[in-house]
Design a protein around this ligand. Structure first.
Ligand code: ATP
Ligand code: MG
Length: 174
C-alpha cells in the first residue's frame, strides 16, 4: 500500500484545512519545535483506526479536535482523509471524523464502515512487503522492554497475521 495524500481539518494544531501529497520514496518532515510534525504522524495513525487516546498524547479521543487558542475559537470536529493506492492497484480513501459528544465515524471509498473494518484493511495490508510500519518516538525502547506476550503481538502485526486474529475473535463471539 502506498499513501498518496493526507488531508486534515480541525485535527490538533491543523485548524485550517491542510493537504499533503506523499510522493513515492523517502519523505522528511522538518520544522521548528511544536510546529506539528508529530501531529501529522498521529493523524495518519488516527485515520488508520488508532483507538488509544493516550498514544495520541491525549486524555480522551476528543482531544484530537483543535482546542482553540487565545485568538481562535475551538473547533466542533476533526476530520482526516487518507488516500492510498493498494497493492492490487485500487484507489483507497479512508475518512475518519470525530465530533464533540458524537464519537468517531469512518468512511471507506464513500461508504460508512465500522472501526473494525478500517482496522482490518490496514492489518491485511501489512501482509505485503511494502507494509506501513509506524514507529513513534519512544517506541524503540518499548520494543526492547516489552514483555514476551507484547513482543509477540508486535511481531504478529509485522508479519501481517494481526488481521487473522481479529477475524478469529469475531468468529468466536458469534
Ligand atoms: P517537536 O519538534 O518538539 O517534536 P512537533 O513538530 O512534533 O515538535 P507537535 O508535537 O506535532 O510538534 O505539535 C505540538 C503542538 O500541537 C503544540 O503547540 C500543541 O499545543 C498543539 N496541539 C496539540 N493538540 C492540539 C489541539 N487539540 N488543539 C490545538 N493545538 C493542539
Ligand atoms: Mg515531535
Amino acid at each position: 500500500m502506498h499513501f498518496r495524500r493526507l488531508k486534515l481539518s480541525g485535527f490538533k494544531s491543523f485548524v485550517e484545512p491542510a493537504e499533503l501529497r506523499i510522493e513515492p520514496g523517502l519523505t522528511g518532515v522538518v520544522g521548528p519545535n511544536g510546529c506539528g510534525k508529530s501531529n501529522l504522524l498521529e493523524a495518519i495513525r488516527w485515520v488508520m483506526g488508532e483507538s488509544s487516546a493516550k498514544s495520541l498524547r491525549g486524555g480522551g479521543m476528543e482531544d484530537v479536535i483543535f482546542a482553540g487558542t487565545a485568538s481562535r475559537p475551538p473547533r466542533a470536529f476533526a476530520e482526516v482523509v487518507l488516500q492510498a493506492g493498494t497493492a492490487s492497484g485500487e484507489d483507497l480513501e479512508v475518512v475518519r471524523r470525530i465530533e464533540r459528544g458524537a464519537g468517531s465515524a469512518y468512511r471507506v471509498n464513500g461508504r460508512d464502515v465500522r472501526a473494525k473494518d478500517v482496522a482490518l484493511i490496514f492489518a491485511d495490508a501489512a501482509t505485503g512487503a511494502h507494509s506501513p510500519a509506524l514507529v513513534s518516538q519512544g517506541r524503540i525502547a518499548a520494543v526492547i522492554n516489552a514483555k514476551p506476550a507484547e513482543r509477540r503481538a508486535m511481531l504478529e502485526e509485522a508479519a501481517g497475521i494481526a488481521g487473522l486474529h481479529v477475524r478469529r475473535k469475531d468468529a468466536e463471539t458469534r
